[in-house]
Design a protein around this ligand. Structure first.
Ligand code: HAM
Length: 419
């Protein structure tokens, strides 16, 4: 083998790839029903969009971006996430000047130079939904409910919802100061000490046991919320409860991106080991201003398609084959018969019958083997003699029964049989 897919990437191949498509569709179906419109943005953007939007001090920006100069010397970055791009597009096209909130969904590749392991890739797929330009706890609750519905539609039963609030401009600074004071008193390495000064919330997310052990008494953001944030959070919680959505309050949930304010949440699956987050999101009321736009309070989530697939595997939900099954397979012998079969196959497909044919000039034996392997129920066999008689042999591959059908009638006959 001369080439391999780059480290941390992989190929989705049939039939698994069909199941991934089905996962993607199931996850976005609820948001499409809720009035979210499809948006597609470029896979690369101005590097500064992510530096400013996601945050200079996050791992994503400081360690994981695929950044490169283009031929004119612009610094571009393959998108590590899609929220900043969606907001950029909304501002660029003035969508926020129309009806609010602007509701959008997306589906696509994201790129992060992470340490590759099962469930953590350098090229992965997300579907996401963003509601921009409204501050309303019902909107936060709506998105969470729609995420829950997506996972439920796939049959997943072991997805848990973790919920937190990170406060806002009014209360976050005092919490940050209290957290910094606590962290400065701990026994930490130089890098982590530096992080206390730049981004203390990130320290709470440190997975190392020796760090976690020292964090037990750390001040929690929920204890420092201002009255407005507390009321907002309570409303989100009670709407979720009223909707019958189970959630766990997780006061240590901080997320890996800097733009969050107030509501933050994560969907985790217990069958996935350390890479347990199958989705996450929250409110990002300040992001528009960080990118030079007007105030545009917004909320959204992104769900990991690859990890959701792994979660389905962990729950044994991947048994069914979702590929469009072939129904008819054409076998032609001789050049004239092959030309006629080419047209017949096209006619059958137009009539809605899933059809393929033997290519590559195989003999009858090889072509019939192909018919057997194709999974189709019927084979259509057309020899020179059949062609002269304007007929075709129709073979039911499950019973081996063979009948002759006039060429002029075969499309109707097959339409009747495959329905
Ligand atoms: P995120 O938590 O960084 O959030 O990613 C969302 C989901 O993408 C994760 O929960 C996970 O399922 C999947 N994911 C992330 N990194 C990887 C990886 N290396 N390999 C496989 N899957 C991965 C965001 O991206 C935010 N933009 C979400 C958001 C939207 N917040 C507001 N709006």
């Amino acid at each position: 083998m001369s080439f391999q897919a780059p480290k941390g990437t992989f190929d989705w191949l049939p039939p698994t790839s069909e199941q991934v498509l089905a996962v993607r569709e199931a996850l976005v179906a609820p948001v499409r029903r809720a009035g979210y419109g499809y948006i597609e943005t470029p896979v690369f953007e101005d590097t500064q969009l992510f530096a400013r939007g996601v945050g200079e001090s996050t791992d994503i920006v400081s360690k994981e971006m695929y950044t490169f100069p283009d031929k004119a010397g612009r610094s571009l970055t393959l998108r590590p996430e899609n929220t900043a791009s969606v907001l950029r597009a909304v501002l660029q096209h003035g969508l926020h000047n129309g009806r609010l909130p602007v509701k959008l969904w997306y589906s696509g590749s994201q790129f992060r130079y992470e340490r590759a392991q099962k469930g953590r890739y350098r090229h992965f797929w997300q579907v996401g939904a963003e509601a921009l330009g409204a501050e309303d706890p019902a909107l936060d609750a709506e998105l969470v409910v729609l995420g829950v519905q997506g996972f439920a539609a796939l049959g997943l039963t072991r997805v848990r919802l973790l919920l937190n609030s990170l406060g806002d401009r009014a209360c976050r600074p005092a919490y940050r100061a209290a957290l910094q004071e606590f962290l400065r008193g701990l026994d930490l390495d130089a890098d982590t000490r530096a992080r206390i000064e730049i981004n203390p919330l990130r320290v709470l997310d440190d997975k190392r046991p020796e760090v976690q052990a020292q964090l037990t008494g750390a001040p929690l953001v929920v204890d420092h919320l201002c009255a407005a944030c507390k009321a907002y959070h309570e409303e989100v919680r009670s709407l979720l409860t009223a909707s019958g959505v189970a959630f766990e309050d997780d006061p240590r949930l901080v997320r890996g991106l800097d733009y969050y304010t107030r509501t933050t949440f994560e969907f985790v699956h217990d069958g996935l080991g350390s890479q347990s987050a199958v989705g996450g999101g929250g409110r990002y009321d300040g992001l528009s201003e960080m990118l030079g736009g007007p105030p545009l309070p917004s909320v959204g989530w992104a769900l990991g398609v690859d990890r959701t697939y792994l979660a389905m595997e962990a729950e044994g939900l991947l048994a069914g084959d979702t590929a469009a099954r072939l129904q008819v397979y054409g076998v032609a012998l001789g050049d004239d018969a092959r030309r006629r079969m080419f047209l017949l196959v096209d006619e059958l497909r137009r009539a809605g019958v899933n059809t393929d044919m033997a290519f590559g000039g195989k003999g009858l034996k090889g072509a019939m083997k192909g018919a057997g392997r194709s999974g189709a129920r019927f084979a259509l066999i057309l020899g020179e003699r059949d062609l002269a008689a304007q007929a075709v042999q129709l073979k039911d591959l499950t019973t081996a029964e063979q009948t002759e059908v006039p060429l002029a009638q075969v499309v109707d006959v097959l339409k009747g049989k495959v329905q």
